[in-house]
Design a protein around this ligand. Structure first.
Ligand code: ADP
Length: 449
């Protein structure tokens, strides 16, 4: 096992990794930009090292700075968290070239899954059901129009390199194709430096259901059921739960096995998420994330396992500490994402936290790097915390969420907290009868200026 690991991230996820490492007796190194010198992850780690100025490109994304930080501190492995360098195959290669260990999948797997076209091809070959769509990239508008007509509208044009909800445009009818095609291309180019796009059938009422998988890199893999992340704004998740309110044990077993078999066959190592759209009892693969997800705590809650601990174990060459038969669902968990954003527009709202009080009690977990007097810098993602609740069943989890939200205090900046009590008052949320469009529609009719 490692003596010391470096965490190439910030905020709540850096703290999350520190916690797992500490329980395993592993020392931690935090890296930080000059804007984060007072951040909680810096305070909680055993050592810290400044890697550059505020801009991510010169700090959290600076590969030379991070490799140097490992060499200076003697860290043997790097945990990337999510975002930043977590899905950068080039980084993984450089880490290995420096005789360091990347706590995550191989560069090859990251590369294959990071390109949405090659991911679909690979998954199809592995027997995973995919959304019907173009065979590979679509070179020009004429081809796009032809595919649209053949497949039938609505369709969605997606940037091959897209992520975080960027580079996706829906064409409801043939008349929309020209603008959808050019916009998706332009967004792919400007955000990801790649203007290749492909086309998929646009499903009109699906749920977003994702399967958590975990492999040991030696051909063994398990699945840890699903998370329902259908409540989204601009294709970004806001509220996640596990198990999914509409997935039966038989469906879970079947799709879970398809996914764990697929990753076992490619000797996948570490945590991964296979994302599906689910409509009328059918699953359609959309993409795979080769990292820990923001919403991983709901899975941890219902299975009682620490996914970061497992990531570190398998990266060190150890076996997973559980087998498929050990993984039994206990109760229901919900996570809500708390962003420093001003409603109704969700505009970023950085600033100084005058008061922070985290909720507590049975079945409540608050993953956040906030503290009284902390100043949220304006340079990074607006996620400032995740409130996760666990109950014996869904109604208990919902009641616990309402109770915990009432205890939570974040003063000094605007946050998305007020959204959640309002959502909990909705019968559709109480009953679990929502799909990927529900939240956008609700926001339009309830939060419109
Ligand atoms: P990203 O990598 O940007 O997260 P995804 O491919 O994972 O993009 O899709 C994100 C979300 O976009 C999905 O959860 C879903 O809400 C919507 N979406 C993606 N593909 C389709 C599709 N074919 N039909 C309907 N909605 C889709």
């Amino acid at each position: 096992m490692f003596d010391k690991i470096l965490i190439a991230n910030r905020g709540e996820i850096a703290l999350r990794v520190v916690r797992a490492a500490r329980e395993m007796g592993i020392a931690t190194v935090a890296v930080h930009s000059t804007a984060d010198a007072d951040a909680m992850h810096v305070r909680m780690a055993d050592e810290s090292i400044c890697i550059g100025p505020p801009a991510s490109a010169q700090s959290y994304l600076s590969i030379p700075a991070i490799i140097s930080a490992c060499e200076i501190t003697g860290a043997q492995a790097i945990h990337p968290g999510y975002g930043f360098l977590s899905e950068n195959a080039n980084f993984v290669q450089i880490v290995q070239d420096h005789d360091l260990i990347f706590i995550g999948p191989t560069a090859d797997h990251i590369r294959t899954m990071g390109d949405k076209i090659s991911a679909k091809v690979a998954m199809k070959e592995l027997g995973v059901p995919c959304v019907p769509g173009s065979e590979g990239g679509v070179p020009d508008l004429d081809t796009a129009k032809k595919i649209g007509t053949e497949m039938g509208y609505p369709v969605i044009v997606k940037a091959t390199a897209g992520g975080g909800g960027k580079g996706m445009k829906v064409a409801q009818t043939a008349a929309d194709m020209e603008s959808a095609f050019h916009t998706a291309r332009a967004e792919g180019k400007s955000n990801f430096g790649n203007d290749e796009v492909y086309i998929e059938k646009y499903l009109t009422t699906p749920r977003h259901i994702e399967i958590q998988v975990f492999g040991d890199g030696k051909g063994n893999a398990v699945h840890l059921g699903e998370r329902d992340c259908s409540l989204q704004r601009r294709h970004q998740k806001v509220f996640e739960e596990a198990p999914g309110p509409v997935i039966s044990p038989e469906e879970r077993r079947a799709i879970g096995k398809v996914c764990s078999d697929a990753v076992a066959r490619i000797n996948y190592i570490g945590a991964g998420t296979i994302e599906f759209l689910y409509e009328k009892g059918e699953f359609f693969f959309i993409e795979m994330n080769t990292r820990l997800q923001v919403e991983h705590p709901v899975t941890e809650a219902i299975f009682g396992v620490d996914l970061v601990r497992e990531q570190i174990r398998v990266a060190a060459g150890m076996d997973m500490s559980f087998s498929q038969d050990d993984l039994v669902i206990n109760g229901h968990a919900i996570e809500v994402r708390i962003n420093a954003e001003r409603l109704p527009n969700f505009s970023p709202c950085p600033g100084r936290i005058s008061q922070y009080h985290a909720p507590g009690g049975l079945g409540v977990r608050m993953d956040s790097a906030l503290y009284d007097g902390y100043s949220i810098p304006p340079f990074y993602d607006s996620l400032i915390g995740k409130l996760i609740v666990h109950g014996r069943d869904r109604p208990e989890a919902l009641a616990r969420l309402e109770r915990a939200l009432a205890e939570l205090i974040v003063d000094g900046v605007d946050t998305t907290i007020p959204l959640f009590p309002a959502l909990l008052a909705e019968p559709d949320i109480q009953n679990g009868t929502y799909n990927i469009h529900w939240l956008e529609r609700w926001l339009e009719s309830n939060l419109a200026e």
